[in-house]
Ligand binder design. Structure first.
Ligand code: AMP
Length: 462
C-alpha cells in the first residue's frame, strides 16, 4: 500500500485533522475508496468495522463540501444512514473530528431521546446529518428536515439494516433523496438482498471489497472448549479468573443471556456490564463509555448491540455461545488483534453448537485448537451455584437434557430498537457475595462442593 493521505489531494484542514488523529497511512479501504468517491463514483463497499471505512467515506465527503465552501447556506448535502444509535453517534464523532478545522457543520439524529434538540440543530442548518432511519423518517414526515439538497448519500452497515428489518425505511429515505449525485453503500456481507437494493440505489457502482484482509485472523490466538450449556457459567468464571486479561468482550446469543452472564460475573466480584437492545439509549451509551474507559473491563454483549462499535485494545473475545452466522464469528473475533496486536479468542461450544463450529471453520479456513478444561483445576464459586439453583426453581420443566440455556428457547436478539416490551418487576433479593481471590481458586477446599454439581460427568470434554 504505497498511497499516502497527501496523494488523495485532500484539503489542508482535513490533512491536519488526520494528522492529529495519528493516522499516518491510509488503510486499504481508504486507498481503494477515497479516489473513487472524490471522482464522484458510486461505491459498493464490502467492509466491516475496524477497516477504517468511516474515514473512507467521511474524508471525501468533507472534501466535497469544502470544494463548495462558498455555499454558506449549510443546507443538508451529505446524509449518512446507520442502523443503530450508537453507530450513528460514533460516525458523527468521526465527522466532527475530521472537519474540526473547517466550517462544515454536522449533527446526529436518532431515536430514544427527545426530538426537540435535534430539530433545533437542524434549524441552524447542517451540512452533514448522520441518522438512524426511524427518527429521520419521523422528522421528514413532520417537515423538520428536507432531503432536496442531498448530494451524497451513504448507507452504512446495510446488511445490519436488513437484519433489523429497516430496509423498507431506508428505501423510503433513499427515494426521498432523489436529487443526489452520488450514493455509497457499505456492508459487512453482501447477501442477495443487499445486491438487489444496491442495484436499485446505486448507479454503475465501483465495488470495493476488503473483507478477506480486513481481519488479521491469523494473528488472533483462537481456541474452542467443548462444554455443555449447564457448565458454561462456571467455566466462564474460572476462565476469567485464570486468564491474565485486559479488556474482555463476551458475546452471547440473547438479551437474557447478556443480563444473566453479566450478573453472574458480578456475583463473583468481577466487574461486568451487559449491552443489548432492551437497554435504554442512556444505559447503552453509559455501558459503552464505561467499557471504553475500562470500568468495567468486561462487557457482555449481543451481536446486534455490539456490531460496528469501535472498541480498542480488546485483549480477549469470549464466545459464550457460537453465533448462528459464521460471518459473525469473524466480526466478533476481529474485535481483538487490532492493529497488529496479538489478541485471543476463546469459544465455548456445546454439542448442539458443533454445526456452527464447522461452518465457522469452513468460512475462516481454520481449525480451532481444542483446549481441554478440567474444572477441578480451578476454583469453585458457591454464589454461582446458588444463582443457578434459584433459576432452576423458578423455571418450569427445565431442559430435559440439563441445559441451562438451550438453543431456540429465546430468540437471538434481532433489533436494538425493541420498544415497550419490558414489564416484569423482578423481586430483587440482595445477596452478599464473598470476595473470590486467587487463593480461593487455588484452594483445594474450594473445589469440592459445587464442582461436583457443576462439573461434567466426563472429565475429558472433547
Ligand atoms: P472504522 O472501521 O471506521 O470503525 O475504524 C476503525 C478504527 O480505525 C477507528 O478507531 C479509526 O479511528 C481507526 N482508523 C481509521 N483510519 C485509520 C488510519 N488510516 N490509520 C490508523 N487508524 C485508522
Amino acid at each position: 500500500m504505497d498511497s499516502s493521505f497527501d496523494s488523495f489531494g485532500l484539503a489542508r484542514p482535513i490533512l491536519r485533522a488526520i494528522e492529529s488523529r495519528g493516522y499516518t497511512t491510509p488503510t486499504r479501504i481508504q486507498v481503494d475508496s477515497i479516489p473513487l468517491i472524490l471522482n464522484g463514483k458510486d461505491v459498493l463497499g464490502c467492509a466491516q468495522t475496524g477497516t477504517g471505512k468511516t474515514a473512507a467515506f467521511a474524508l471525501p465527503a468533507i472534501q466535497q463540501l469544502l470544494a463548495k465552501e462558498d455555499d454558506a447556506s449549510h443546507s443538508l448535502r451529505v446524509l449518512v444512514l446507520a442502523p443503530t444509535r450508537e453507530l450513528a453517534v460514533q460516525i458523527n464523532e468521526c465527522f466532527e473530528a475530521y472537519s474540526r478545522h473547517t466550517n462544515v457543520r454536522q449533527t446526529v439524529i436518532h431515536g430514544g431521546v427527545g426530538a426537540m434538540p435535534q430539530i433545533q440543530r437542524l434549524r441552524k442548518g447542517m451540512d452533514i446529518v448522520v441518522a438512524t432511519p426511524g427518527r429521520l423518517l419521523d422528522l421528514l414526515a413532520q417537515g423538520h428536515v428536507h432531503l432536496d439538497d442531498v448530494q451524497l448519500l451513504v448507507v452504512d452497515e446495510a446488511d445490519m439494516m436488513l437484519d433489523m428489518g429497516f430496509i423498507d425505511d431506508v428505501s423510503k429515505i433513499v427515494n426521498s433523496a432523489n436529487n443526489r449525485k452520488q450514493t455509497l453503500l457499505f456492508s459487512a456481507t453482501l447477501p442477495e438482498e443487499i445486491l438487489s437494493v444496491a442495484d436499485q440505489w446505486l448507479n454503475t457502482p465501483k465495488t470495493v471489497n476488503v473483507v478477506p484482509d480486513a481481519i488479521p485472523i491469523h494473528l488472533i490466538k483462537q481456541s474452542v472448549i467443548y462444554v455443555e450449556n449447564i457448565n458454561k457459567d462456571l467455566l466462564l468464571i474460572q476462565y476469567l479468573f485464570a486468564t491474565p486479561r485486559a479488556r474482555t468482550l463476551i458475546f452471547v446469543r440473547t438479551k437474557k443471556d447478556a443480563e444473566r452472564v453479566a450478573k453472574n460475573i458480578n456475583l463473583v466480584n468481577l466487574d461486568a456490564l451487559p449491552l443489548h437492545g432492551n437497554k435504554s439509549q442512556g444505559r447503552r451509551r453509559k455501558a459503552i463509555d464505561a467499557f471504553k474507559s475500562n470500568e468495567p473491563p468486561i462487557l457482555v454483549a449481543t451481536d446486534v448491540a455490539a456490531r460496528g462499535l469501535d472498541f480498542e485494545n480488546i485483549s480477549h473475545v469470549i464466545n459464550y455461545s457460537l453465533p448462528e452466522y459464521p460471518e459473525f464469528y469473524i466480526h466478533r473475533v476481529g474485535r481483538t488483534g487490532r492493529a497488529g496486536a496479538k489478541g485471543e479468542a476463546i469459544s465455548l461450544c456445546a454439542s448442539h453448537e458443533r454445526y456452527h463450529l464447522q461452518q465457522i471453520e469452513a468460512l475462516a479456513g481454520i481449525t480451532l485448537r481444542v483446549k481441554q478444561w478440567n474444572f477441578d483445576d480451578f476454583g469453585n464459586f458457591p454464589q454461582l451455584e446458588r444463582a443457578h439453583q434459584k433459576r432452576k426453581k423458578t423455571r418450569k420443566p427445565l431442559e430435559a437434557n440439563g441445559d441451562s440455556a438451550p438453543l431456540d428457547r429465546e430468540e437471538p436478539e434481532q433489533s436494538g430498537w425493541v420498544k415497550g416490551k419490558k414489564k416484569k418487576k423482578k423481586k430483587k433479593k440482595k445477596r452478599r457475595s464473598r470476595v473470590i481471590t486467587m487463593d480461593d481458586i487455588n484452594s483445594k477446599a474450594a473445589h469440592t462442593k459445587a464442582a461436583g454439581k457443576f462439573a461434567p460427568k466426563k472429565r475429558s470434554l472433547d
